[in-house]
Design a binder for this molecule. Structure first.
Ligand code: SAM
Length: 278
């Protein structure tokens, strides 16, 4: 008998993967956590039944949530990552040659432990000398730090449970305060097809506290609709302009960086509806 796992991406749409085995299932104080071994995407981390990351396609999301900001800021020495307990975003930050320190603030220690146990290509970052891993609520952590970071990345779950506050204007204001005078904030803002409301929340909130706010996209097979968005706020530099012309990874390169900001009409309309006119 075949075993399958399904993420219900909407009440009427399921994303199913055939699995070889279930590796871990537990209830943490914050969410339901599962790790399964899928035939198509390798190992898969799910939180509350939602695909967070997989062996096979994690590099797309992690390269794009980190390197667009890092490669458009001239001196991204000090990076803060909120969430990201799988370690993938942290790995991308510490590998960047200009980064001197990367702090990860994850609320759920059990996500970090599950990554250490099952996702070595991401959790390797936890031991990097540039990295500091803190188990705390990112909402509180940001409020306690002022004028400190060059880049803040919010690699959170969707706005449910402890992540709800990470999509608020108040939180984005606190991030602006925690950033240096030329800092940048990047948040994952879900799918233009299924999560128009999340993009509206992120874009509206970031536009209130940053002089520059833009949206960019990447193709991520295991995320709802396969098209994913990131909203970036910048106090000074244009995030559409990669500064290093030869920084190429497995998905990211300077041409993909620029192209990511070219939005289809159905996405421009979301932003236009917010009155941003892009
Ligand atoms: N790439 C995934 C996505 O786009 O949905 C996110 C992956 S990462 C595992 C999401 C992490 O955010 C989870 O481990 C969750 O525990 C963490 N998180 C949620 N709310 C948080 C908060 N308030 N402070 C810190 N971490 C939080």
């Amino acid at each position: 008998m075949d075993l399958w796992i399904t993420e219900y991406q909407t009440p009427a749409l399921g994303f199913s993967c055939k699995i070889n085995s279930t590796l871990k299932v537990e209830q943490t104080p914050y969410q339901h956590l599962a790790v399964v071994d899928t035939q198509q995407f390798g190992r898969m981390l799910l939180l509350d039944g939602m695909v967070m990351t997989t062996d096979v396609d994690e590099y797309v999301y992690h390269e794009m949530i980190i390197n667009v900001a890092l490669n458009s800021h001239p001196n991204p020495e000090n990076v803060l990552i909120i969430g990201g307990g799988d370690g993938g975003a942290l790995r991308e930050a510490v590998r960047h040659p200009l980064v001197k320190k990367a702090t990860l603030v994850e609320i759920d220690a059990q996500v970090i432990e599950a990554s250490r146990e099952f996702f070595p290509q991401m959790s390797c970052a936890f031991e990097n000398p540039k990295a500091q891993v803190i188990v705390e609520d990112g909402v509180k952590y940001v409020k306690d730090h002022v004028d400190e970071f060059d880049i803040i990345v919010v690699d959170s779950t969707e706005p449910v449970g402890p992540a709800i506050a990470l999509f608020s204007s108040e939180f984005y204001k606190a991030c602006a305060g925690a950033l240096q005078e030329d800092g940048m904030l990047v948040v994952q803002s879900e799918s233009p097809f299924f999560n128009r409301n999340v993009i509206e929340m992120a874009y509206t909130g970031i536009s209130e506290h940053f002089p520059l706010a833009k949206l960019y996209l990447a193709s991520i097979p295991t995320y709802p609709s396969g098209l994913w968005s990131f909203t970036i706020g910048s106090k000074r530099y244009d995030p559409e302009c990669p500064l290093c012309a030869d920084y190429a990874l497995k998905y990211y390169n300077p041409e993909v960086h620029r192209a990511a900001f070219v939005l289809p009409e159905m996405t421009r309309e979301i932003l236009a509806g917010i009155g941003s006119g892009r």
